[in-house]
Design a protein. Structure first.
Length: 123
């Protein structure tokens, strides 16, 4: 991922480093190596290493593969890349997580695409 894309993503409020650190934490908590998680997710080990380092912004499909391998909801995983704004949106994340848990994979993809379009509309 070009450095300009990572910088633009950060400017949009998403922090690849926060997401990457959480993926690494979840991986280690499950006793997985980078190689092990990469294999389970069907991605290259170097790609996972770059994601954990915050050097790249992974695609939604890559995040979905990682989320499934870690047994975590996709939107919950994505939320780790956002700065904490709990003072401005109390109680919203659990409501969103509850709704997402009722969605099919196709509906989750559509919801993520919709959220991305809304966020990008303001930039």
């Amino acid at each position: 991922m070009p450095r300009a894309t990572v910088q633009k993503t950060r400017a949009g409020g998403f922090e690849p480093g926060l997401l990457g650190a959480e993926i690494g934490r979840l991986r280690e908590a499950q006793g997985l190596t980078q190689s092990g998680l990469a294999k389970m997710a069907g991605i290259a080990k170097q790609g996972l290493s770059n994601i954990e380092a915050g050097a790249v912004v992974p695609s939604i499909s890559t995040l979905q593969q990682i989320a499934e391998a870690l047994h975590i909801d996709l939107l919950a995983l994505i939320a780790f890349g956002l700065p904490d704004h709990s003072d401005t949106r109390p109680g919203e994340l659990p409501k969103i997580e509850a709704l997402v848990s009722m969605m099919t994979p196709k509906q989750r993809k559509l919801a993520v695409d919709l959220l991305r379009a809304v966020v990008n509309q303001g930039h």
